[in-house]
Design a protein around this ligand. Structure first.
Ligand code: FES
Length: 69
């Protein structure tokens, strides 16, 4: 699925980048994600964070954030 319409970057590209050890800045520099209108930034970061953390901790993180509120 295309996440960044402006740069035509898919979720698979973001996942590959995150799993290869690139930083989010590297992803932006190399593929142009979230560098134009910026509307994809939150979704792209969510995908990137989920892949960097192993994919199963997004729910745990969410609960931790809720307990702080
Ligand atoms: S949709 Fe990604 S910068 Fe516009």
């Amino acid at each position: 699925m295309i996440i960044c319409i402006c740069a035509r970057v898919s979720d698979k590209t973001i996942e590959r980048s995150a799993r290869s050890g690139q930083s989010f800045d590297d992803l932006q520099f190399e593929h142009g994600v979230a560098t134009q209108c910026g509307k994809c930034a939150g979704c792209a970061r969510d995908i990137w964070d989920r892949c960097r953390s192993g994919g199963n901790t997004a729910h745990i993180t969410s609960e931790a954030e809720n307990s702080l509120a």
